[in-house]
Design a protein around this ligand. Structure first.
Ligand code: ASP
Length: 352
């Protein structure tokens, strides 16, 4: 009996703390705001054959500190109550401005010696999306993708038309020289002349990266959950070294490189784009959650560890669900990645 009384008092205290009344006596049964304020963020800087013995300590440190800088910026915005979309664009901007990643400043070269950039973004709250491809003058392609989503009635703009639209918006344009980096240009020459180093010769992948002397998909991406329960995803890339015929990969394709839906998850991909388009990777992960009831981890693992390898492709994804659960699955030896949860717990990693 005594135990029952103690138990009743305990239950009343819990109920009382959840049901509060305002000055007019109106009773509110709203969920305490604390429990609504979950948030989290994850980023990638490309997957690939990234091996510890191919990365010098200083380069490893450079990658890790850039990933940390970017994710901390996104986390700060989410902590301040800003939207998942704002966190995604601000975080990707930092990676786009670094020559380390194959996006923005560090974009790879096409067969004709140009840099052609692609990006996409999606809002999980509205299923609205924006995408751009074949850009040659836009410093931060993710910002233009965001403008396409919010300021146009379209979803996907290409090349000169996309840049004409950019000129009507508050978008920073640069001369094509901005995207020149010696390292990426050498990668193109190596691939074209085949006068390569031994390790490059062994590695015929169009994603060969001389920085790390291995094959790497250097696309960048970010997924975020904000305090309002909204999910967003974004992806930005220079594509594939020596690409021809206006080749476009998965990064700007909604459903392949990027997808977000508040009911399921937000996903950003990196990998051999042709396979990720055929596998409709980002949407497949969301659909497996929606129609089969898989968790974000189960869905990502199924697609990346089983379905994509079966097609013959490789790469990885980052994904976050509406509860803040994160999956960073890849079937390559490494993927530049980072994750930060509501508490500010940081994980930055490269290798398996
Ligand atoms: N998925 C990109 C593409 O195929 C490459 C990457 O992830 O780095 O264009």
């Amino acid at each position: 009996m005594k135990n029952f009384k103690i138990f009743s008092v305990f239950v009343s205290l819990i109920v009382f703390s959840c049901i509060s009344s305002d000055k007019s006596g109106h009773i509110s049964t709203e969920i305490p705001s604390e429990s609504l304020e979950n948030f989290g963020i994850a980023i990638h800087g490309g997957a690939g054959t990234i091996l510890k013995n191919q990365l010098s300590d200083s380069l490893e440190l450079a990658y890790k500190s850039k990933l940390e800088e970017a994710i901390r910026q996104g986390h700060l915005l989410l902590k301040e109550g800003r939207s998942a979309l704002e966190a995604v664009t601000a975080t990707i901007n930092i990676l786009e401005d670094s020559p380390l990643f194959n996006a923005g400043k560090g974009a790879v070269f096409t067969n004709r010696g140009t840099n052609e950039l692609d990006a996409s973004i999606m809002d999980g709250a509205t299923l609205n999306a924006g995408a751009v491809a074949g850009l040659t003058h836009v410093k931060n392609p993710i910002n233009l993708a965001h403008k396409v989503m919010t300021q146009s009635e379209h979803v996907f703009l290409f090349g000169a038309g996309a840049e004409a639209f950019a000129a009507t918006q508050d978008i920073e344009m640069v001369s094509t020289d901005y995207f020149y980096t010696k390292n990426r240009y050498n990668a193109l020459l190596n691939m074209q002349t085949k006068e390569t180093t031994k390790s490059a010769l062994e590695n015929k992948s169009p994603f060969f990266d001389p920085y790390i002397r291995a094959s790497k998909f250097g696309t960048v991406g970010c997924v975020a959950l904000d305090k309002n329960g909204n999910l967003a995803a974004g992806t930005s890339t220079g594509g594939m070294t020596n690409k021809r015929f206006d080749r476009i990969g998965d990064a700007p394709i909604i459903g392949a490189g990027t997808y977000a839906n508040n009911a399921t998850c937000a996903v950003s991909s990196t990998g051999w784009g042709e396979y990720f388009i055929r596998g409709v990777v980002a949407y497949d992960i969301s659909a497996l959650m929606e129609y089969k009831g898989l968790t974000v981890k189960e869905a990502s693992e199924l697609v990346i560890q089983e379905k994509i390898p079966k097609l013959g492709g490789d790469g990885g994804v980052i994904a976050i669900d509406r509860h803040g659960n994160v999956s960073m699955s890849f079937n390559t030896p490494g993927m530049y990645r980072a994750h930060m949860d509501k508490e500010g717990q940081l994980e930055v990693a490269i290798y398996k």
